[in-house]
Design a protein around this ligand. Structure first.
Ligand code: FEO
Length: 399
């Protein structure tokens, strides 16, 4: 397979995973890529590797530039398995005694993950000479793991940003200028919402340092470990991140629910209509046909998230519990919440949902709304009141 030249002596040598659909609980309907990069200098350097199973793809791309055995050193910007799973096999081709550089925490993580692989793991200092050029390093804890770091090829202005500024897309395009922002924008937000939301506070600080240190002004190309290489306008994705870390609510609400015999669905439809009529951009998300990771992407910029559940065996519906569990881990900020649902016997679910939203720090301007048996149009005043109260709270939040 062929490498892709980024600049003279700098190549993309990664792998395209057209088939992956579940990325640790996150739906990847368009697959993904595991990007790795080769810099040919006096010391030939491989930056990051690929998921286990894609070693041959990387090595065949490298072999079109140099014999893999001639690689002198490897830099691992991030230890997660999608970038390091192939490391043991790849190091056998490169030479097990060659150094693998990582952050201090990266050395610990790689050592723990590959105990018997015989890797020569070394912690990086501030920089690493490649011969004529050098890589400088910046710790970027929590983009995406504690070990994560950026590598910067200063002379070319190339930032190797591992998970930062990535997106999940398996395609034949490698560069931002090959796809419009209308294509990559939603994918980048989907990635940020599902992977990086819990860490917006540390990421915000890292972005401030990137700007205040002067690094931002020197970046000409950003090479992440997933998706597109940003060469046309790397500032654009940086701008999106600067906005997304703020978690600033927009005039938007998400109605997310599941239903047993269509009654909670009927309530969800009325609620959707109420919010739309009140001038709120509203998304109707049925967990019957919408994956949790797509729902949280809709939630990301929404001011309000209203969650509906029927009651089954004194509990909320399993799909609703699954969604709330996933959303709790993402630690959304600045959200208004609400709960609703129909029931036949005891009807605990809406109260449980309301309590869960409270525990997640959502502002709850109205009590939960529940209806026994099958509501008719005339029975939906409670839902309409919830919609009205939430719409007022949303307008206040975004004013
Ligand atoms: Fe793409 Fe955190 O690994």
């Amino acid at each position: 397979m062929d490498p892709i030249k980024i600049l003279d002596n700098v190549y993309w040598v990664g792998a395209v995973d057209y088939d992956i659909r579940d990325f640790h609980g996150y739906l990847t309907p368009k697959g993904s890529t595991y990007n790795a990069y080769l810099v040919v200098d006096d010391k030939i350097t491989l930056i990051d590797t690929v998921r286990h199973g894609f070693e041959e793809e990387l090595l065949s791309r490298v072999a079109k530039v140099v014999d893999p055995a001639k690689i002198d050193q490897v830099v691992s910007n991030h230890a997660e398995m999608d970038h390091s799973g192939g490391l043991p096999e790849i190091m056998k081709a490169i030479g097990l005694s060659k150094p693998v550089y990582a952050s201090k925490l990266g050395v610990q993580a790689l050592g723990g993950q590959f105990q018997n692989a015989g890797l020569n793991l070394q912690a990086v200092g501030a920089s690493l000479s490649l011969g004529k050029e050098e890589l400088t390093f910046m710790e970027t804890r929590m983009i995406h793991w504690p070990d994560s770091m950026f590598s910067f090829l200063a002379a070319r202005g190339i930032l190797f940003s591992q998970d930062g500024f990535g997106l999940h897309l398996a395609s034949t395009q490698r560069f931002d200028d090959e796809l419009g922002e209308n294509v990559w924008g939603p994918l980048a937000l989907n990635y940020f919402a599902n992977i990086l939301t819990p860490y917006t506070a540390p990421i915000s600080k890292i972005l401030e340092t990137v700007v205040s240190s002067g690094l931002a002004a020197r970046i000409k190309i950003i090479c992440p470990d997933h998706g597109l290489i940003w060469r046309k306008d790397p500032g654009r994705i940086l701008q999106h991140y600067q906005e997304w870390v703020q978690q600033k609510p927009k005039n938007k609400a998400v109605i997310v629910f599941d239903t047993m015999w269509h009654s909670t669905e009927f309530m969800a439809r009325e609620l959707t209509d109420c919010l739309r009529v009140a001038g709120i951009e509203t998304r109707y998300q049925s967990l019957k046909n919408t994956h949790r990771s797509q729902v949280v992407t809709e939630c990301y910029e929404a001011a309000a998230v209203l969650v509906g559940s029927p009651t089954i065996n004194n509990q909320m519906f399993p799909s609703v519990a699954d969604f709330l569990n996933y959303a709790r881990g993402l630690k959304f900020k600045n959200k208004i919440g609400g709960a609703f649902g129909s029931y036949g016997w005891s009807g605990e679910a809406p109260k449980q949902v309301q309590a869960e939203l409270a525990a997640m720090g959502y502002q709850l301007p109205a009590p939960e709304v529940r209806f026994k048996w099958v509501p008719l149009e005339k029975d939906l005043d409670g839902v309409r009141q919830l919609g009205k109260t939430v719409a007022e709270a949303v307008k206040k939040a975004v004013a």
